[in-house]
Design a binder for this molecule. Structure first.
Ligand code: C2E
Ligand code: MG
Ligand code: MG
Ligand code: MG
Length: 283
């Protein structure tokens, strides 16, 4: 409980100033109660996955699917990741939640393939904590085995900031992941500090151009130039590109003129509940 955690924290700290600082105290209480709530949520099956199609920009053909977590909160309704992922990271709860996501996504995609859905990969976001779990590769292996999904149909989405802490380790882990046959996608590409050096040194097979380059692309020549350059660079490196966050026909037009092939965005489809995805792709 929150009280027990506080007592424990007090005992283990000699810096009593911290605990007399009311604001920090409140923050800690809130964190502990959210942690409890997240644990309860996981235990009571309150998390669900939504699935957003990644499609060929020209003809809408399905190329992949990103799994995106939602919290079906009994009082607050549907809570998006922005409402709980960062606390889950801070408390470490993201590990249990994240492994649940991976298991669920792999099982679901295997099931859809068996039912005759297009044979495309499922993309799963990997959190900082998961990436720094030393049993990561073993866990991924195990989940692929138990779900029966072939590794070529799993794509792990990782951000630059997740890998920045220890580049040598990141390189080693990514090599192991790729050796399994699993894909690695650089998420939110272009928002970090050293995107290009990551492309140079890490074995990634896909990058996702961040939505911030797309928002004004219909009017902004500079965004068009940047996206065109990223696409052409990626082509030379044999890296696939997905453009995130296409919302309008005008943005789609601008993207096509940048020779972008695969898009993910509200213009084509919102993230879909499992049943809606089934209706759309298995009917
Ligand atoms: P992300 O991985 O970059 O995922 C793309 C986000 O952009 C999703 O938000 C998606 O709903 C949203 N999006 C897609 N198309 C459009 C569009 O046309 N316009 C706009 N405005 N937004 C669009 P969502 O689902 O709220 O997820 C936000 C972030 O939370 C994700 O960003 C990812 O970083 C994180 N996340 C989501 N699910 C998981 C998960 O299972 N595990 C972890 N560790 N993180 C997750
Ligand atoms: Mg992602
Ligand atoms: Mg992204
Ligand atoms: Mg993002």
């Amino acid at each position: 409980s929150a009280d027990a955690a506080l007592r424990e924290a007090k005992k283990s700290s000699r810096d009593s100033y911290f605990f007399y600082n009311n604001e920090l105290h409140q923050q800690l209480l809130k964190k502990v109660s959210t942690e409890n709530e997240l644990q309860t949520a996981l235990y009571n099956d309150q998390f669900v996955l939504f699935y957003q199609p990644q499609v060929n920009a020209c003809n809408g053909e399905l190329k992949g699917v990103e799994a995106l977590i939602r919290w079906m909160h009994p009082e607050r309704g549907i809570v998006p990741p922005s409402g709980f992922i960062s606390v889950a990271e801070e408390t470490g709860m993201i590990r249990d939640i994240g492994w649940w996501v991976l298991r669920e996504a792999c099982k679901r995609m295997k099931h859809w393939h068996d039912q005759g859905a297009p044979k495309v990969p499922i993309s799963v976001n990997l959190s900082f904590n998961q990436f720094h779990d030393d049993t990561l590769v073993k866990k991924v292996c195990h989940i692929l085995e138990t779900s029966g999904l072939s590794p070529q149909y799993l794509e792990l989405e990782i951000t630059e900031s997740t890998m920045a802490e220890d580049l040598d380790r990141s390189l080693r882990i990514l090599k192991e992941i790729r050796a399994l046959g699993v894909g690695v996608s650089l998420d939110d590409f272009g928002t970090g500090y050293s995107s290009l050096s990551y492309l140079k040194s890490l074995p990634i097979n896909q990058l996702k151009i961040d939505r911030s380059f797309v928002m004004d692309i219909a009017e902004n020549n500079r965004d068009q130039a940047i996206v065109t350059a990223i696409v052409s660079m990626a082509e030379h490196l044999w890296i696939d590109v997905i453009v995130e966050g296409i919302e309008t026909k005008e943005q789609l037009k601008a993207i096509e003129s940048c020779r972008c092939q695969v898009i993910q965005g509200y213009y084509y489809s919102q993230p879909l509940a499992e049943r809606d995805f089934t209706v759309k792709y298995l009917a």
